[in-house]
Structures are given as structure tokens and as C-alpha cells.
Design a protein around this ligand. Structure first.
Ligand code: KIV
Ligand code: ZN
Length: 512
């Protein structure tokens, strides 16, 4: 019988730890819904005890997502564990993920604990957790750099206490595939009760080997759970990338012989959503989800693919959600056609009001842009003003003048708590002038730490998608805006970021 490989997504926890990738509760909920459509087995929704905001995020996700197991990280102490269990109460299926460092370096320098103290704390924390929930994962942090004898002692004890999953993190991305695979194999062989738990891999990408190490942990080590993130998002060089690990196991089923529950056609939508939300752009040559991942530029390759697709293609673009840039709708399309296309694209709108708002924006866009692609629709629905008509700031209109040799001028009309105001300013360029025009009223004092523009469907006729990252009093937020006019897209992105900075609900959720 073929084994199943469990896909544990930690985009919303480990991924969010990446500086600048903080997400609001609504953004996390939107991503969680997409992860559910992708059919990931476990969603690590956050670290409930780390802040009230994270607690609320885990709780909201546990309330809404019903098909995936919802997990919260917790340090191995009673307070963290109780808080995580509380946040997970509404879940159909919940998991507590306990971690405690076991490497000599971490125990001595970070925890200032002896190995015996760590051993006792690991045991007692799992015992405590097991009284609250049946599904318990234990991670010896910095496990790969831990003394194997000590690790065997700790893991055997926590399995005896009822841990159901044992995760072996390569916390600092130090592993080499063959060595990591054998490390896990040896632990499983040496620990007498190792067959009572599912073994899991968790690899960071500091040396660019997170995916390779995870796959070696599966193939050589016998692990049956991989912890990963969409687009490989994560601290420093990131985590193991979900799309790469999933497509490797699917494409090379001949080698891995493992089953997956993932609906791979939802991969691209997940990648785009995470990229749009965090402002972390996907590099064009990124495997599976990069813009060039299925593009054949050389004549020899194009000729080969036209004659027989498998000459140069090992996966089908459609299988991961790519479809040819087709014109899906135009300005004569009606509300029903629009609603149906949203469904085909896997976009779940919560209310008829949201659909109506999105349809109005679609009509507005179709008036200005003759061809509307799937990418345009996805950008349109990720625009927060569609689903949040009651935001503090809302874009109304913009005019600007720029001419070679003259300083650009901009005038922006926008709403503040529903009331229209007008700001005017000059600037180094039209974008700078527009954002300064907004600031003449808002006076946020925020520092811009990122500004990026991306052409949604690849040509100058496409919409520009702008990401603005603002920082204020230690909080970092991302705003995204799209429009055929990139100056307007910039103003929308800026207002969206300002909305997040001032929102009380989000204040607790953001980093810092
Ligand atoms: O990298 C790591 O060690 C972690 C643990 C908390 C699992 O993220
Ligand atoms: Zn990690």
C-alpha cells in the first residue's frame, strides 16, 4: 500500500516571521481559505500565545476552516499551551505544536538550561498538552544540530507522553540532503517507540537546500510529513517551498511512491495571493510558479514542445493552475458571467454586497481596458476596497502633470471616514507627488520601506500592481493597489497601507 505524505503549511506562522511579511487577520483568513482549497492537510495558523492578535487569528481560522487540521505553535510551557488550546477550541480538528530547543548551543546560550532540565520540561509539557488535545506535535528546535544521543532520549520520552508527530527542524538551514536523511533514519532506528509517531521534516533554506533536504528526509529518513510555505516564504532565506516539494513528489511518483491530498491546480492562485498580500515578489525563474517556469524561449525548445510536449516539459502548466492568458470577459459581460468566472477562479466572496462591489470595479476597469484577463480579476478581488467599503481612507480620483524639465504636480481626492478631501503636492516624480499629496492631509509620519510595481499580465497594456510597505512605531504593513495607471495604483496601495496602519483590529496582529 502506498503511504500518504502529509503537507503541513506554515505560511501563516513561520512564513509570517519573515521581516515585512506581517499579515492582518483578514489577509490570513483569505490565505487560509485558499490553503483549504489547495487541500493542505495541516494549516499552522499562528503562535497563539505570542500576542492577542495572533490568538485572534488562530481562533478565527479555527472557526472558519473545516477541512484542514488547524495548528498553533506553543513554547513548551503550560501558559503557552493553554492559550493555544483555547484558540483552537472552535476547530473541527486541532493540533498543538510544542517546541523546545535541544542543541547544546541553544540550551546553554539561549535557554540557560541544563540538558536534564530541558528533558524534564519536554516531558512535562507534552503530558500537560496531551490532557487538552489528542493531536500533539513536538519539535526539538535546532534538532539537526543537537547531540543524537540526547535527542533520542528526549524524543523517546515525549512519544511515551503521547506526542503523535515528531518534527526534526533544521532551524538554521545547515543540513546537507544525504546527511539530514540519514540523521532522521538513525533516530527512527534507534528510538524504540519511533513507530508510534509520524515523523516530520522542517527545513530552512539558508544554503538553498530546504526542498532537497526535506525530500531526503522523506526518501532516506522515512518522514511522512513535510513542513513548508507557499513561495518558500520565511525568515532569512525562507522555508521549504510547498509548490516545489509537492510537484517533485507528484512528478517523480515513480521514485517517491507517495500519495498526496493536494489539489495542485490551486497552487498558482495560492502563490499569487501570498505574493500580493506580502509584497514578496516571485522571481521569474522560480520553479513551478515563476512567470517563466513554463515559458520556452529558444527556437529549438519551442519546436520540440510543439511536436511533442514532453520533449522539454516534465509537468503540465495547467496542473498547477496556469492557463493561457485568455480574454475572459469584456465590458458587455453581465453580473452572472462575472460571478461564474469568480467561482471558476476559486474566489470565494462572502456576501452579495462584496460581489456587487467587485462587479462595479470590474465594469469600471472594462471601460478603461479592452481586454480583461484572469490576472486582472484576481487583482481586482484582492483590492481591499472591494471587500472593505467602510475603510478609513478610500481612493476617489487623481490628476497629475509631469513634463520633462519640470517638477511634477499631483492632486489626489480621497475619503477620510467617508468625507472627501483633496491633497496637492509636487514631488520628484508623479508617484512621489501623489503620495505626498495624500500625506498633506494624513500626516502619518510613516516610513516607506518598500515600493514595487509589477505588470499583472506582462505588457504595457496590462494593469500595474503596486506594493507599498510602511513602517511606523515598530509596525510594518503592506498595501497593494492595482490600476492600468501606475500612479493611481500607487495612490491606492498607499491608502491601503495607511488603512492597515491605523486599524485597531490589525494593530495587535502586525509585527513588532
Ligand atoms: O525552525 C524551527 O525550528 C521552527 C520550530 C518552531 C519548529 O520553526
Ligand atoms: Zn522554522
Amino acid at each position: 500500500m502506498t503511504d500518504k505524505l502529509i503537507i503541513f503549511d506554515t505560511t501563516l506562522r513561520d512564513g509570517e516571521q519573515s521581516p515585512g511579511a506581517s499579515m492582518t487577520r483578514d489577509e490570513k483568513l483569505r490565505i487560509a481559505r485558499q490553503l483549504e482549497r489547495l487541500k493542505v492537510d495541516v494549516i499552522e495558523a499562528g503562535f497563539a500565545a505570542s500576542s492577542n492578535g495572533d490568538f485572534e487569528c488562530v481562533k478565527s481560522i479555527a472557526e472558519v476552516i473545516k477541512d484542514s487540521i488547524i495548528c498553533s505553535l506553543a513554547r513548551a510551557n503550560d501558559r503557552d499551551i493553554s492559550r493555544a488550546a483555547e484558540a483552537l477550541k472552535p476547530a473541527n480538528a486541532g493540533r498543538l505544536h510544542l517546541f523546545l530547543a535541544t542543541s547544546a548551543l541553544h540550551m546553554e546560550k539561549k535557554l540557560r538550561m541544563t540538558p536534564d532540565q530541558v528533558f524534564e520540561q519536554a516531558k512535562l509539557s507534552v503530558r500537560f498538552a496531551r490532557n487538552l488535545m489528542a493531536d500533539i506535535e513536538f519539535s526539538p528546535e535546532d534538532g539537526y544540530r543537537s547531540d543524537p544521543d540526547f535527542l533520542c532520549r528526549v524524543i523517546e520520552a515525549v512519544i511515551n507522553e503521547g506526542a503523535t508527530t515528531i518534527n526534526v527542524p533544521d532551524t538554521v538551514g545547515y543540513a546537507i540532503p544525504e546527511l539530514y536523511g540519514n540523521f532522521i533514519k538513525n533516530l527512527r532506528e534507534r528510538i524504540p517507540n519511533s513507530d508510534k509517531a509520524v515523523w516530520s521534516v522542517h527545513c530552512h533554506n539558508d544554503l538553498g537546500m530546504a526542498v532537497a533536504n526535506s525530500l531526503a528526509g522523506v526518501k532516506i529518513g522515512g518522514a511522512r510529513q513535510v513542513e513548508c510555505t507557499i513561495n518558500g516564504l520565511g525568515e532569512r532565506a525562507g522555508n521549504c517551498s510547498l509548490e516545489e516539494v509537492v510537484m517533485a513528489v507528484k512528478t517523480r511518483k515513480d521514485y517517491f511512491d507517495l500519495e498526496l491530498g493536494i489539489d495542485t491546480q490551486q497552487i498558482l492562485a495560492a502563490s499569487r495571493l501570498v505574493s500580493q498580500t506580502t509584497g514578496f515578489v516571485v522571481q521569474p525563474n522560480k520553479a513551478v510558479v515563476g512567470a517563466n517556469a513554463f515559458a520556452h524561449a529558444s527556437g529549438i525548445h519551442q519546436d520540440g514542445v510543439l511536436k511533442a510536449r514532453d520533449t522539454y516539459e516534465i509537468m503540465r502548466a495547467e496542473d498547477v493552475g496556469w492557463s493561457a492568458n485568455k480574454i475572459v470577459l469584456g465590458k458587455l459581460s453581465g453580473r452572472n458571467a462575472f460571478k461564474q468566472r469568480l467561482q471558476e477562479l476559486g474566489v470565494a466572496m462572502e456576501s452579495e454586497t462584496d460581489i456587487n462591489n467587485a462587479f462595479i470595479k470590474f465594469k469600471d476597469l472594462a471601460d478603461r481596458k479592452s481586454e480583461i484577463f484572469d490576472e486582472d480579476i484576481l487583482a481586482l478581488v484582492s483590492d481591499e476596497s472591494v471587500t472593505h467599503s467602510n475603510e478609513q481612507y478610500g481612493f476617489v480620483s487623481l490628476s497629475q502633470h509631469s513634463e520633462t524639465g519640470e517638477r511634477p504636480q499631483a492632486c489626489v481626492v480621497f475619503t477620510v471616514a467617508g468625507k472627501e478631501v483633496k491633497g496637492q503636492s509636487d514631488g520628484n516624480g508623479p508617484v512621489d507627488a501623489s503620495l505626498k499629496a495624500i500625506e498633506t492631509h494624513v500626516k502619518s509620519g510613516a516610513e516607506m520601506v518598500l515600493y514595487s510595481v509589477n505588470a499583472i499580465s506582462g505588457s504595457t497594456e496590462s494593469q500595474g500592481e503596486v506594493t507599498v510597505r510602511l513602517q511606523n512605531s515598530g509596525r510594518v504593513v503592506n498595501g497593494v493597489g492595482s490600476d492600468p495607471d501606475i500612479v493611481v495604483a500607487s495612490a491606492k496601495a498607499y491608502l491601503s497601507a495607511l488603512n492597515k496602519l491605523q486599524s485597531k483590529a490589525d494593530r495587535v496582529a502586525a509585527q513588532g
